[in-house]
Design a protein around this ligand. Structure first.
Ligand code: NAP
Length: 317
């Protein structure tokens, strides 16, 4: 049997991956999307999504992803539920291995996303989507007039707290040390916000509640004393980990995100916006983006990556 040569292989099945596949296949490209066995990305772990345009009453995260997948398959992209293992970008065509099988592609789009880092303490997993979140932009709206907690001391935690302060009754930042690592400017905004309080030197050792979160168990890092703290919601903001470690030869920044390169044409005008350090390999979504981290921005980055891959493929003739 002749091995299939794909024009575009997309690795990852969040909004960036599916959006890239939709654009690639509609450009007439033979398209493969390696989705992973647990496909769908971070939205599979959320409940109501109210900030993705086109759904006036909101949509459940898993339903949104299923819709994206159905749309991708209906348009003719091949979606394989295999877990990506490695890629060899030194060979042409490129070789991508998933569950022991090698797939060959003229171009590749990396859309493997990033995972929120969780505290990994009792109750956290069970209460995700039931008052425990990692995205204030997505979920703050559900906490109008409520008391919420943000865990962390970096820029993300400051940003989450400031965003939540616009809607919540009170915001308490819980940080494990007596200093934030966030930028001075962000810290000042937090300290100047009358709604935000800080509990220093505390770690969250457990999440409390059954149907929904009702509080957190805290341990003082200095005295060792344990207390319970009542809250209606907890936002864990202790960082993200990009899924970038299996791409040998692709340049990463110091935080491990893939470096997205903008390449000009001969006249100095922007030609590619989603290139990587390897020509023909493009990137879209949270695996390069630590700034926006939204479904809609990931989808847009995926679209750009597919349009760039299409243009690049045309130039190879
Ligand atoms: P980060 O800078 O790595 O900060 C993570 C925070 O979480 C730290 O304060 C850390 O505490 C705390 N933490 C980590 N593990 C913990 C644990 N197990 N239990 C309790 N606390 C824990 O991550 P980030 O805030 O997501 O920022 C990532 C990067 O994106 C940074 O470079 C940041 O500047 C950038 N960013 C910028 C903006 C902006 O400019 N608007 C917004 C968001 C992010 P310690 O301090 O004790 O280590």
């Amino acid at each position: 049997m002749t091995e299939i040569l794909y024009d575009v292989i997309i690795i990852g099945s969040g909004p960036a991956g599916f959006s890239a596949a939709i654009y690639a296949v509609r450009s007439g490209r033979k398209t493969l999307l390696l989705s992973g066995v647990r496909w769908g990305g971070q939205l599979m772990l959320t409940t109501l999504v109210e900030n993705y345009p086109g759904f006036p009453d909101g949509i459940q995260g898993p339903e949104l992803m299923l819709n994206m997948r159905k749309q991708t398959e209906r348009l003719g992209a091949e979606v394989v539920n295999a877990d990506f293992e490695k890629a060899d970008f030194s060979k042409k065509p490129f070789q991508v291995t998933a569950e022991g099988k090698i797939y060959r592609g003229k171009s590749v789009i990396i859309a493997t996303g990033a995972d929120s880092i969780w505290l990994n303490v009792p109750g956290e997993m069970q209460l995700r989507g039931k008052g425990v979140s990692t995205c204030a932009t997505c979920d703050a709206f559900f906490f109008r007039g409520k008391n919420v907690v943000v865990v962390g001391g970096g820029d993300s935690a400051m940003e989450e707290a400031l965003f939540l302060a616009n809607v919540a009754k009170s915001v308490t930042i819980i940080h494990r040390r007596d200093k934030f690592r966030a930028s001075h400017a962000m810290q000042q905004r937090v300290f100047n916000d009358g709604k935000i309080k800080v509990l220093w030197n505390k770690t969250v050792t457990a999440f409390l509640g059954a149907e929904k979160v009702t509080g957190v168990k805290l341990k003082d890092t200095v005295s060792g004393k344990e207390t319970d703290f009542d809250t209606d919601g907890v936002f864990v903001a202790i960082g993200h980990k990009p899924n970038s470690d299996r791409f040998k030869g692709i340049e990463l920044d110091k935080k491990g995100y893939i470096v997205r390169k903008e390449i000009p044409d001969e006249q100095g005008l922007l030609k590619f916006r989603s290139a990587t350090s390897v020509p023909g390999v493009f990137v879209g979504g949270d695996v390069h983006d630590y700034r926006y981290k939204q479904a809609i921005t990931a989808a847009a980055f995926g679209c750009m990556a597919a349009l760039d891959a299409d243009k690049w493929l045309m130039e190879q003739k």
